[in-house]
Design a protein around this ligand. Sequence first.
Ligand code: PLP
Length: 377
Amino acid sequence: MGVEEEQAAARAIRSGWVTQGPEVAAFEREFAAAVSSRYACAVSNCTSALHLALLVAGVRPGDEVITVSHSFIATANSIRYCSAIPVFVDIDPLTCNLDPAHLERACTPKTRAILCVHQMGMPCDLAAIVKFARERSLTVVEDAACAIGSEIAWERRMQPIGAPHGDIACFSFHPRKILSTGEGGMITTSNEEWDAKLRLLRQHGMSVPDSARHASERVMIESYSMLGYNYRMTDIHAAIGRAQLQRLPELIAARRRLAENYRRILSGIPQLTLPAESTDARSNWQSYWVRLPDDVDQGKVMQALLDRGISTRRAIMNAHREPAYRSTNDYRAGSTLEQSELMQDHAIILPLFHEMTDEDQQRVGKELRTALVSAKV
Ligand SMILES: *Cc1c(COP(=O)(O)O)cnc(C)c1O
C-alpha cells in the first residue's frame, strides 16, 4: 500500500460517510468489471462471504457440502456455520486442489453443494467440477479467497476467476492476499435474486438500506424480513480496495515473472516437486510452494533457511487434523486424505514479494539446496 491508498482512506473519512455507502458501491462496480461478473457484493471478510454464499445456495442444517480439508480452516468452518456437514475429499498433489476423481464416491442424496478452493491462487479443475455438479443439480461455490486475477480457459478463451463459471465466488482482502483492504471480502454471481438476498443478509435483513433512507424526500421506515448478520464493509476499506484494484494488473504481472523465475531456478533441484499450472489455468501466484522429498524434515529445512535470513511458511493446513474437527459429527471423510496430509507435512511456501530481485531468488535456491542436505532424516 502506498500514497494512493492513504489518500483513498482520507477521502472516505472526509466525505463523512464511512460505512456501506458510495465507496462500497463504487468498489463493487469496479470489482465486478475487473472479474467479468454481473454482480459483486462487498462484505466484511471472505469467511462471512462463504457463509452467505452457502446460505443463498440453499445449504440447510444436515445437508452435506463436498470440499477439501486441505485449506485454511475458514473454508470448512463456513459449512458448519450453516449447521451442514463438510465432506472432505483429497487433493491433486500437483495443484493442491480438489481432485474431481473423488466426487462420485463422496456424493450422497444429502449433498447440496460443492465448495471448491483455488488454493494459493491456482485455479482448480472447474470444468470437471461444474460438469459433475450440473449433472446432479448441485451448486458450485468457489472459495476464491486467494484467486483475484487468476484465470481459466472457459469457452475457448482465458477468463478471470469470479466470472460465471461456478454459481457464486468469494474473495478475500486479508493482508495475506494480493489485493488487500485490511479486512474485506467480495461475493460475485450472475444470479440477480441471490445478489439481492446477499445485500439483505449482510445488513441484518434490513429492507431499506441507510443510503436509500438518507437520500429519500419522504420518511421511510425499514423492516427486517429475515434473520441477517452484520457483515458490512466500511467505505474506508472500500476506498482502499479501489486504489488496490488499480495496481492489480501490475502486481500480478510481477508475481508471474517471479514464479517463472523460481520455476527456472528450482527445476535445477531434482528432489523438489514444483507447482504445476495446466494449460487451462493461469495462477496469480499468491504463494509459491515446493514439495520437499519425503526423507527431509520440513521443520529443519524451514529453520535452516530462517538461520540464513530466509523466512518461509508451512504449507496449507488440514482442517480434519485440528481439535475443532475432532469429532465425527464435525465432518465426514469422502475419500482418503493421504495427499492432503502429505502436502501439509512436506511442502513449504517460499518468499515471493513484488520487490524481490533475481539475486534474492537465486539465493533462496542456493540456500534451499544446502538445507535439503542438512535436514535429511
Ligand atoms: C484467507 C482465506 C479465507 C478467509 O478469508 P478472510 O478474509 O480472512 O475471512 C478463506 N479461504 C481461503 C482458502 C483463504 O486462503
